[in-house]
Design a protein around this ligand. Sequence first.
Ligand code: HPA
Length: 253
Amino acid sequence: MLAIIGGSGLSSLDSFEQVQEKAIKTPYARARVRVNLFTLGDTQFAFLPRHGKKHAIPPHKVNYRANIWALSSIGVKQIVAINAVGGIHDKLGPGSFAVPDQLIDYSFGRDGTFFETGLNQVTHIDFSHPYTETLRQQLLHAVNHVNKQAKIQRALMDGGVYACTQGPRLETAAEIQRLQRDGCAMVGMTGMPEAALARELDIAYACLALSVNWAAGLAEELISLDEIHRVLAQGMDFVLAVLEQVVKESASA
Ligand code: HPA
């Protein structure tokens, strides 16, 4: 089954038909993880809002392990993650999309592995290519398909390095210059450890990133939260159309 992890701006999927809400007990949290099951035609898919239903869990407090474990426990084998980002690459201005192909993790102190206790042997995963290429291609295909039918085309970057910062504060201008020197194209706060945890449980994982602002120091003006919310809200119809297409294509794959 395919799951969608919704980020900022996507806490519910009102345009789809919800069939069930599951409250899943995990070894990683006292509270159950609530996963919504939806259908589109004959295809069932899962939806999990990363920041909670009320968008109240900040990036560094998200229980990534509980979320990924819960999805795996109901048979999820593919995850499409939606992430709002700040644009660093000059092609990633507000309102444009990217499907990154690499990441650098600058976050810290997050519970980032399932392979911690109760092991027979120290366990490592190969993470050379953090995003699953086949799923990345499906996502790119879906964006291009929606773009062809949309009134206003959205710029799309195929690839790029996603920088995951700790948050919840935004970065300093100097930090963004450093990320630029590191080769990062975009910066967000929620890409990790989500991607690594999915790999540990053998779940294919790809990210659809929506740029909602120029990263710190790259625009004349300071970053405005009102403006971020406006760009997010404007991008969500497009995101929903892409998700519908991804679900349709996953059914026929
Ligand atoms: N930095 C980090 N995370 C973000 C940003 C940003 O500029 N915009 C949206 N998420």
